[in-house]
Structures are given as structure tokens and as C-alpha cells.
Design a binder for this molecule. Structure first.
Ligand SMILES: O=C1O[C@H](COP(=O)(O)O)[C@@H](O)[C@H](O)[C@H]1O
Length: 321
């Protein structure tokens, strides 16, 4: 792995071809998630999709599965009996959005976090999605990155490469990783400049109201302390209003140096999926979606996109709701 990764890193950009690995398809019957809804939440599942007829957004959700279609009309988080079922539904949700955005704007801009979210994307790398998704139109970004080399075990890029990017044929020039040769501050400025360039080229949309980049889909995890991206509870970066990408040098979770999207960019998104599994995260989920209490507003509570927010929870994460 290390040598193929190194070879890929050092190959000229245009010759980097993702390794395509097929795994056995899961049975068709397992595509219908077994899910239930807690009674006390108010969150919408409609996806935010631009149409050719209406340059503004329309709030519709199209799904091949009647289960998902029904859920799309519910103002409730999706809660699954297992992380496996969550992963199956997340793949269908992402593939549906990909199909619609590619049809209507010719590209699909996807932002990922690091952490456990990446593992939950695994069903997208399998049949039927490995063959049905138009991977050539995907543009991948990171909501946050640790300031370490790309082959370091703490790298969010390496995690995504090992578990996702190496298994799907996204063109290497569409993989917009953070520059790992720069300082935290310079890497943040560099990433923001590259986003400006992609906005100018029409790859990334902007909000009609704020002109802030509007990614088609952000796939976000959440830490047990309620942090999202590298935006931690009580940190002054929660209040950043001007920068699109910024840096932190004293992250409470190691490694200390990171760069991160700010809330104005996160909340400009057309669609955000918050993907949370495990009992260790039940408390911040309870605070965000139920009547759990915290002395201060948790970062996850500040996720409020211009478009649509969809929560994907396993039953352990939802156990306090
Ligand atoms: O440090 C980070 O943590 C969060 C949450 O990670 P998880 O493993 O608890 O899901 C992640 O979303 C973020 O991207 C990462 O840099």
C-alpha cells in the first residue's frame, strides 16, 4: 500500500489513475434500510437540488427506494438499526444527489470530513454504485485537514484515499486535497485561493444571496464533544465570519495543527449529511436534536445550511432521543 500510495503521490497529476477495486455486491434486499424515527425532532430530509427550469433551489428528493422517498418527506433524522444499514442508505442518498446534480450542472462537488464518516461511505465503492455513479464528474474536497504529510497516519486525505478514493474512478485532477507542504496558515490561504479559482471556473456554485461557495454536498462526521470539521466547542473560530478556510494551531484533539472550512462556507451548502454512529456520540446528538443540555452551544448545533440538512444516525447515537 505504502509504495502504491507513494507512486501515486509522485506521479504527474494527469497520469494518476485511481485503483479500481471491486468487492462483492450486497444483496438487493439489504438496500432497504431498517429505520425508525425518534418523536421529538424537526429536521428536514428533503435534498436541495437545482433544476434546469428554476435557477434557484427546489426542495425535492428523488429516490429509487420507496423507503427513502417516504423518509424524504419526513422532518426527522434517519435512524438505523446498525451502522451497516446507515451506510447503505447514505450510499443511496449520495448516489441520488450525484445523479441529479451531474444531470443538471455537469459536476458534483462533494466535501468530506475525516474520521468515522469515511468508513460509512464504503457502500458507494460497491455494486451497484461503483458502476452507476458518474465518478468522472465528481470533485472532492476536505472540510478539514490535519497539517501533516499526505502519507501520515493522521492525514484525512490518506484516510479517504485508503478507504474511498483508491476504490472509485474519480479523476485525480478532481481530487482537491490540501497542500501538505505549507504551514497551517499558508495551506488555509492556498486552499481558499483554489476554491476561488474553481468558483471562477464554474465548478463550484455560489450562494445567490451571499456569494459564498455553495458545495453540492457536505458529508460531515461529528466528534464526541460535538465538534464538526476542526471547529471545536468554545473556540473563537466558531465566530469566524470573513474567511472561507482558516487554521488552528492548538486543536484540543491531536494533531494540534489543522486547517478547516468556516461556518459561513459549511452553512452555504446545498446539502449537508451529518453522519453519526456509536453510543459515545449520543450526548451531543441529544443536545442537537433532543432536549439534552450543555453550558455552551456545540459546534454541531451551528450546522444550519442554506439548503437541506439530513442526519444519518445509528440507533446507538440516537439512544438518548
Ligand atoms: O478530528 C476530526 O474529528 C471529526 C470526528 O471524527 P470521528 O472519528 O469522531 O467521526 C472529523 O469529522 C474531522 O474531520 C476530523 O478531522
Amino acid at each position: 500500500m505504502a509504495s502504491s500510495f507513494q507512486a501515486l503521490l509522485h506521479a504527474p497529476l494527469r497520469t494518476r489513475t485511481p485503483i479500481r477495486t471491486h468487492t462483492p455486491p450486497f444483496p438487493a434486499s439489504s438496500r432497504s434500510p431498517s429505520s425508525w424515527f425518534p418523536p421529538n425532532n424537526h429536521y428536514s430530509f428533503r435534498a436541495n437540488i437545482p433544476t434546469a427550469h428554476d435557477p434557484k433551489k427546489v426542495n425535492i428528493f428523488k429516490s429509487k427506494s420507496s423507503t427513502s422517498a417516504n423518509m424524504a418527506t419526513e422532518n426527522r433524522p434517519r435512524v438505523f438499526d446498525s451502522e451497516e444499514a446507515l451506510s447503505i442508505s447514505l450510499a443511496e442518498y449520495t448516489a441520488d444527489l450525484s445523479e441529479i446534480f451531474v444531470k443538471q450542472k455537469g459536476s458534483f462537488t462533494v466535501v468530506v470530513s475525516g474520521g468515522s464518516l469515511i468508513k460509512s461511505l464504503r457502500k458507494l465503492t460497491e455494486a451497484p454504485y461503483i458502476d452507476s455513479v458518474n465518478w468522472s464528474k465528481w470533485h472532492m474536497f476536505w472540510v478539514d485537514e490535519r497539517v501533516v504529510p499526505k502519507d501520515h497516519p493522521d492525514s484525512n486525505y490518506l484516510l479517504a484515499f485508503d478507504q474511498f478514493l483508491s476504490k472509485v474512478p474519480i479523476p485525480s485532477e478532481n481530487v482537491h486535497a490540501i497542500n501538505d507542504t505549507l504551514s497551517a496558515e499558508a495551506a488555509a490561504d492556498d486552499y481558499e485561493a483554489r476554491i476561488v479559482h474553481l468558483v471562477d471556473n464554474g465548478i463550484i456554485n455560489t450562494s445567490e444571496t451571499t456569494r459564498i461557495p455553495k458545495f453540492d454536498l457536505m458529508l460531515l462526521g461529528m466528534g464526541p464533544d460535538g465538534h464538526v470539521a476542526s471547529l471545536f466547542p468554545g473556540h473563537p473560530l466558531l465566530k469566524e465570519k470573513t474567511k472561507w478556510v482558516t487554521f488552528i494551531k492548538e486543536s484540543p484533539k491531536p494533531p494540534p495543527e489543522r486547517i478547516t472550512f468556516t461556518f459561513p462556507v459549511i452553512n452555504s451548502s446545498a446539502n449537508i449529511a451529518l453522519v453519526v454512529a456509536g453510543a459515545g456520540k449520543a450526548h451531543p446528538v441529544h443536545v442537537a436534536l433532543g432536549n439534552g443540555q450543555e453550558a455552551e452551544v456545540l459546534p454541531v448545533q451551528m450546522v444550519a445550511p442554506e439548503g437541506q440538512l439530513a442526519w444519518f444516525l445509528d440507533k446507538d447515537a440516537a439512544s438518548k432521543l
